[in-house]
Design a protein around this ligand. Structure first.
Ligand SMILES: Nc1ncnc2c1ncn2[C@@H]1O[C@H](COP(=O)(O)OP(=O)(O)OP(=O)(O)O)[C@@H](O)[C@H]1O
Length: 575
């Protein structure tokens, strides 16, 4: 909890004010029974009207002071807790943005969403409660106890007896609560994951008529969230009755023995009333405890989950400058590279060695699951190799500054992803402050300029949820344009032209061939692979063949088979 609550440090001044106001409210509250005892003993019993009026006015002033400091305390507590959660959420979000992909394997998106929303809110609530009631409740118990001793030590003893038993009971409950509530948050992660998955696949679910099946799966997941939440709350619910039972027992003892004391003249009625009043306040404070403990248990579990993100060991950015220029040469070497995804045991790439010279174009082919995308991800360091080295300009990618490395690389992923906003926003996403000319240049090369121009608002057409829905091929071409805007020295295309027709694809390749960039192109099509300087054929994570189209036709049985089958397909299409 230490790391999370260090985010409250900048607000120390307001926290101190809130605490002072809380203590003032508490002090006033503790004085009230004394004043009431005075009214009874020195006013009513002694028959002194002036004392009753004076102490009555004092009681009213005290109530007003308690009210005012309570309101002011709430104001500062809200200010501190809201600012704290804003800072914390921003920081967690920033941390997630800097995560390597290996970290996303460890923390799925749904869990990150729960941490950013529900977990931060729970921690914020506990900070608010700490400033408002959490400290007040124990202080009220201790203060009431001390004041009861001041009033009449003999009677106060009966309040003390149950105290250690109740504390031990509370301690056990907090421990149990933390475990149970961390389960609840995990269940919430699962619900979020399910919702996210379903909303993303809504078209597929409709097409396959799986709505009912998915609804049942959701009920199951939501049901286990309900069951675990009920379990956790049930534990918490027994706290209050047990605390009240203990306190009421001691209250009965005070009344019972108090009656004897008064009869024997060792205590006055006012004193007994004051002690009963303190006992009632202690009972009230204890009942607040059950509420506080529940919140504490929940927020402890939540703050631990947030700290997992803030303190996670990850690839850290090295602060080195002037590296971009060297990286721009785009010379890539895979030196005996092996790779296993974090958290798994089976290697997906095994002992790969090859060299791509500056501005060379390499086509990567292979069956689905053979490791093509995995290979590409090692260059921008989305993942780090498990064995061997990936070198750019002769230096291990792990030794380059990460931002310099990524600035020189343009990536077009397998699934084109556009953001809500205009086409222009999406293109300049690749390079902030890009001029319109640069955007349209890239669009021309990517064969999408004419299409964009045909939209009524051209480059200012909105895409995404509230804009036009682009076709798969249009999205692919916009993604390519976005990568080209960066003028990358290394261009990575992961099967990014699959949705293009033959003519458009040929025109696109003609443009790409002129680009001054080292290119790695994953493709399924021989037609595309032939245009590359070299072709790398992967088979179950290993290099099955490497060479030019002609060399591979000669040397690789597998390549010949693929070429033949695609020739037949083309003939079939033609016929
Ligand atoms: N994030 C991941 N975590 C664990 N294993 C993964 C992950 N991504 C891919 N894999 C596994 O790695 C292997 C290679 O996958 P990869 O995506 O690199 O293949 P690919 O050749 O690009 O396939 P495709 O042509 O279908 O895109 C597969 O067995 C896949 O199950």
């Amino acid at each position: 909890m230490k790391t999370v609550f260090s985010y409250a440090k900048p607000y120390t001044f307001y926290i101190v004010i809130a605490l002072i106001l809380m203590l003032l409210e508490l002090a006033v509250e503790l004085m009230q029974p004394l004043v009431i005892a005075g009214i009874i003993d020195d006013g009513i019993v002694a028959g002194d009207r002036d004392v009753i009026i004076q102490l009555g006015i004092l009681l009213m002033v005290l109530s007003l002071v308690a009210f005012a400091s309570g309101v002011a305390n709430s104001y500062f507590a809200a200010h501190v807790s809201q600012s704290f959660s804003f800072d914390l959420r921003r920081s967690v979000y920033g941390r997630i943005q800097s995560f390597s992909l290996a970290m996303f394997n460890k923390f799925p998106a749904s869990g990150l969403i729960t941490r950013l929303t529900s977990d931060v809110t729970l921690v914020q609530q506990i900070l608010f409660m700490s400033l408002r009631i959490m400290l007040r409740a124990p202080l009220l118990v201790i203060g009431s106890m001390i004041m009861a001793f001041v009033v009449n030590p003999k009677l106060a003893i009966y309040l003390v007896v149950v105290f250690p038993i109740l504390l031990a009971f509370l301690y056990i409950m907090v421990k149990k609560g933390v475990t149970y509530f961390s389960f609840v948050q995990q269940r919430l992660d699962r619900v979020n994951r399910m919702v996210q998955e379903n909303l993303q696949a809504v078209r597929l679910i409709k097409a396959y008529l799986r709505g009912k099946y998915e609804a049942n799966r959701f009920s199951e997941v939501a049901g286990s969230l309900k069951t675990d939440t009920v379990k956790a709350f049930r534990i918490m619910e027994i706290i209050l009755p047990i605390l009240l039972f203990g306190m009421n027992l001691s209250l009965l003892a005070v009344l019972w023995f108090g009656a004897f004391e008064i009869r024997s003249g060792d205590a006055q009625i006012g004193e007994l009333v004051a002690i009963v009043n303190y006992a009632m306040r202690m009972t009230g404070a204890f009942s607040m405890f059950s509420f506080i403990i529940m919140a504490f248990a929940r927020s402890k579990a939540s703050s631990e989950r947030i700290e997992e993100i803030l303190l996670a060991e990850d690839v850290r950015e090295k602060d080195t400058k002037g590296e971009e220029k060297l990286l721009r040469r785009g010379d890539i070497v895979f030196d005996n590279v092996s790779f296993t995804y974090p958290g798994t045991t089976i290697p997906v790439l095994k002992n790969l060695s090859f060299h791509i010279k500056p501005n060379e174009k390499l086509a990567i082919m292979g069956a689905t699951g053979s490791g093509k995308s995995s290979l590409l991800q090692l260059i921008p360091r989305f993942y780090d190799v498990s064995g061997g080295r990936v070198l750019i300009h002769g230096r291990d990618v792990r030794e380059w500054s990460l931002s310099a490395l990524r600035k020189t690389i343009g990536i077009v992923p397998q699934q084109s992803l556009l953001f809500t906003g205009t086409i222009s926003d999406n293109l300049s996403w690749g390079k902030e402050q890009a001029q319109q000319e640069e955007l349209s240049d890239a669009a021309v090369k990517a064969q999408i300029h004419d299409t964009v121009e045909r939209f009524p608002k051209g480059y200012y057409t909105r895409v995404g949820q509230k804009g036009v829905n682009l076709s798969g091929g249009q999205k692919q071409r916009l993604s390519i344009a976005r990568a080209l805007v960066r003028k990358p020295s290394i261009l990575i295309l992961d099967d990014s032209t699959s949705a293009l027709d033959v003519k458009t694809e040929a025109a696109l390749w003609q443009e790409l061939e002129q680009e001054k960039a080292t290119m790695l192109v994953v493709t399924q099509k021989i037609r595309t692979a032939m245009r590359a300087d070299h072709i790398l054929l992967l088979e179950e994570g290993e290099i099955s063949a490497y060479g030019t189209h002609e060399e591979l036709l000669e040397d690789s049985e597998l390549y010949r088979k693929i070429a033949l089958s695609q020739q037949e397909e083309e003939v079939d299409e033609y016929v």
